[in-house]
Design a protein around this ligand. Structure first.
Ligand code: AMP
Ligand code: MN
Ligand code: MN
Ligand code: MN
Length: 296
């Protein structure tokens, strides 16, 4: 009975999602409508290195009575690794953050040209144009190259195309030259936001390196860790919940939804945070839970 009440009256949070302003396939409006239909009360739009989708998402959220958290997912170079840091509740008009994101997008543009040059040498013609067409005006990322390559028949699906062309050691890979960890956290904090390490299980770090990352992140003002993520297993939930306590971080939850083409990731169908961790929304103004429009 208590579980039943919890499910129906606790607000549902999904604090990591993408739109057509980065590599998602739904517009901010479509994303917000889907979130509402899925019973999400509080949604963060966290496009890669861009907040351009926030105004449209805010407007759609007002229309359907959903709380929209202005967010961004900043790419970070940490040693030879790329780590993603989500910023939540950022002031999108703040100049330090926007200057930082402009730099990231400039690197994305140069990287896209370089990826295309490398693919060209590998016998793939016109990849820059192809990826740009996929991005439809958004800043080009690897996902857009991946969609182009699949469309051209160079690989069967997205998983394979990354493995074959776009990851370290493969022909279309260009090493990241992103912000460093302290910079990314500083931009997010300058914009009044909270910085959260996204999908920590994805980095495949051993415990020594993982602890080093979390200690550095905490020391430079990082606030939270994604405990529940669309790319985490149940074991990961508990492992990272434990680490939030050890490193005095708050716990976040986000699907990392990119669109219906990845049916294994559902918007807003996240399990609750494990007991004992402190939610990142602990100090936010209370969300208004609404009756679920779908059975969970
Ligand atoms: P970028 O930030 O442009 O380097 O692209 C990173 C994005 O590529 C991630 O946010 C995912 O959306 C996507 N991605 C990375 N690896 C894979 C993979 N193995 N399969 C499908 N998508 C992936
Ligand atoms: Mn992505
Ligand atoms: Mn990510
Ligand atoms: Mn993401």
């Amino acid at each position: 009975m208590l579980v039943y009440i919890y499910h129906y009256y606790m607000p549902h949070y999904d604090l990591h999602s993408h739109s057509t302003h980065s590599d998602g396939t739904l517009t901010p409006t479509e994303l917000v409508h889907l979130a509402r239909a899925a019973g999400v009360d509080v949604l963060a739009l966290t496009d890669h290195d861009s907040t351009d989708g926030i105004p449209e998402a805010q407007a759609a959220a007002r229309d359907v009575g959903l709380q929209l958290v202005a967010g961004v997912e900043v790419s970070v170079s940490w040693g030879t690794q790329t780590v993603h840091v989500v910023g939540l509740n950022v002031d999108t008009g703040e100049s330090t953050l926007q200057a930082g994101l402009r730099g990231q997008c400039e690197f994305r543009r140069q990287r896209a040209e370089e990826i295309a040059r490398r693919l060209e040498k590998h016998g793939v013609a016109d990849a820059y144009q192809g990826a740009r067409a996929q991005a439809r005006g958004a800043i080009v990322g690897r996902t857009h190259f991946a969609r182009f390559l699949v469309e051209q028949g160079h690989a069967k699906n997205m998983r394979q195309v990354f493995k074959k062309f776009l990851v370290q050691g493969r022909p279309g890979y260009v090493p990241g030259a992103w912000a460093d960890l302290a910079q990314a956290v500083a931009w997010i904090r300058a914009a009044g936001g909270q910085a959260v390490i996204a999908h920590p299980a994805r980095y495949k770090l051993g415990s020594t390196r993982l602890h080093k990352l979390l200690a550095e992140f905490k020391a430079c003002g990082g606030a939270g860790l994604e405990v529940v993520s669309g790319s985490h297993s149940r074991d990961d939930f508990f492992r990272f919940a434990h680490l939030t306590n050890r490193f005095e971080l708050l716990a976040s939850a986000g699907s990392d939804y990119h669109g219906p083409e990845q049916p294994w990731i559902d918007l807003g169908r996240l399990p609750p945070l494990p007991d004992g961790c402190q939610p990142i929304w602990r100090d936010w103004s209370p969300a208004r839970p609404s009756l679920r429009s779908v059975a969970r």
